[in-house]
Design a protein. Structure first.
Length: 346
């Protein structure tokens, strides 16, 4: 599946390593993966990143940040508690960001739980005795994951968010860890692009189609899974239209429903985009055509509605009338022309 969440009661360090190596990340006390995102009703690919710490070398940016922040005191320690000081700092930071942040630091790190299954550490930066920035990260056996950074907006000119990431990586390298995972970046949505400039010479991305980590220099927009789906489905739609077969290219509202812990066992349909092919007279089944970037095949999928919603009006390009579960593949084909031929024969 493209979107999954696990809710382990305990997590050994080597298990965290294995999750991170497959493009998973912490969410509260759960761990999840997703490959597609919805920001302001626009869909994007999530491209997971990691830094090979043995290849990480000091760069000009880190040198400038060290000089810029030389007057501050930095402490790194196990994160045993949150406390009111960090919550107040997080609240101050949250008021000034342009994205939707967690309601509290406790919510971000714990969710509904009171126990921490992760080996969590923190970097704290002080101006005298005043806490001005904190970075949270989890450590496994050979890997670490950067969870969050937040700072006092009054100190914005010191680039403390980026500085915290460098400090985390430097610390993890000194521990002889192999990898540092900073999360994902989003092609076409530049808010996350800052991650591409940190440790760039040692940066890798996770290629979904092959499940390989490759140098970031090899990434191009055509490798973006969502863009590839668009290109393939538009090609197929054009050929179908030439054969007098009409379809609708639709975004699927509930592509990330599998990230809801209570739905994780249902294994819902989770493609973000499909060609809407037909709906049965009973209205409980839908046939959709998808392009799966993992096997590079077109699939005609029969989906069953498990819940009927109330779709939002004036969103003709979005399918939101039903929460779907895939029942079976009626066929799969590698080429668009082959797909058309099969459809015309049916």
């Amino acid at each position: 599946m493209f979107a999954r969440v696990h809710c382990p009661e305990a997590l050994r360090p080597e298990e965290l390593d294995a999750y991170l190596a497959k493009g998973w990340f912490r969410m509260g006390q759960t761990i999840f993966t997703t490959n597609f995102l919805n920001f302001k009703d626009q869909y994007y690919s999530a491209i997971w990143l990691r830094v090979v710490l043995s290849d990480l070398s000091p760069d000009r940016t880190y040198a400038k940040l060290l000089k810029l922040n030389a007057g501050f005191r930095t402490e790194i320690q196990a994160a045993t508690s949150i406390g009111p000081q960090k919550e107040a700092l997080f609240a101050k930071y949250r008021e000034c960001v342009t994205f939707e942040a967690s309601s509290s630091l406790h919510q971000l790190l714990y969710g509904k739980s009171q126990l921490n299954i992760y080996d969590t550490h923190e970097v704290n930066i002080y101006d005298g005795e005043k806490l001005i920035a904190t970075g949270i990260f989890d450590i496994g056996t050979a890997s670490a994951a950067g969870i969050t950074c937040f700072y006092d907006p009054a100190y914005r000119r010191f680039s403390l968010g980026k500085y915290l990431i460098y400090i985390k990586m430097d610390y993890c390298k000194k521990l002889s860890l192999q990898y540092f995972y900073p999360g994902y970046f989003v092609p076409g949505y530049d808010f996350f692009d800052y991650k591409l400039s940190i440790g760039k010479s040692a940066l890798q991305f996770f290629r979904l189609s092959s499940e390989q980590w490759l140098p970031i220099s090899e990434f191009s927009q055509k490798l973006s899974p969502y863009q590839l789906m668009i290109d393939k489905l538009v090609t197929l739609q054009t050929l179908l239209r030439e054969s007098k077969v009409e379809t609708r290219l639709l975004r699927y509202e509930f592509f990330d429903a599998n990230l809801i812990p209570d739905l994780r066992e249902v294994e819902l349909f989770d493609f973000p985009l499909f060609l809407f092919f037909s709906e049965s007279q009973e209205g409980n089944f839908n046939r959709v055509i998808v392009f799966d970037v993992r096997d590079q095949y077109y699939h005609l999928v029969v989906c069953r509605s498990v819940w009927k919603s109330h779709p939002v009006e004036n969103r003709a390009e979005v399918y939101s009338s039903n929460l779907l579960k895939a029942e079976e593949d009626e066929f799969l084909a590698q080429k668009a022309a082959e797909t058309v031929a099969i459809i015309l024969e049916r």
